[in-house]
Write a protein that binds this ligand. Sequence first.
Ligand SMILES: O=C(CO)[C@H](O)[C@H](O)COP(=O)(O)O
Length: 230
Amino acid sequence: MDELKRQAAARALEHVRDGMKLGLGTGSTAKHFVELLGERVRAGLDVIGVPTSEATRDDALRCGIRLTTLDDIDRLDLTVDGADEIDPALNLIKGGGGALLREKIVATASDRMIVIADDSKWVEALGRFPLPVEVVPFGLKATQRAIARAFAESGVSGQMVLRKGKDGHVFVTDGGHWIVDAHLGRIIDAPRLAGLLAAIPGVVEHGLFIGLAGMAVLAGADGIRVVERR
Ligand SMILES: O=C(CO)[C@H](O)[C@H](O)COP(=O)(O)O
């Protein structure tokens, strides 16, 4: 599986050009991309990156990649990131690694987003992977009730679980928020649900990435499949 992730990352690297401003994703697949990019940088490629998490910032610096922020530059040329699920419209579930907020800000500031994954992430409909919803700790129960109403309005339901870290304590995002993972099974209308969740005051961000990815690079046992959004 790790080899497939690296193959997908290597194929995405072919889209990187000298002088590009890059969004650097988070997760085990994105980490392969950062490492391979670092090899090219050490060989003379001139790029600058905006990391989507503290973990990616550390990795990128270790790999010798120059970094900047969205305060210092306007647009990015390309973001390369992983995903937890990818559907045929190239809508995604992201946030399994907890970095969905910065990932969405960076992807939205990019002219292009390429999503890289092993082909187990390809699904006919989103929702088997629990949908991460990043919330502020204040008023958690009220926010969860509003989220449940949004689910009902878009025709889905399921258990919501407050994410815990490996240490058993509540998982805290880089932005100081909490994550509720919603076990929905199958999301019938992801764009509609995305809009409903975005309108809830206690929701900081959710893991539905609608219309952001322009290309998916999927590595499987039979080779690499590239899917472009129509
Ligand atoms: O959204 C993410 C982190 O917030 C990751 O891209 C997603 O969880 C996929 O991770 P991996 O490449 O390790 O399978």
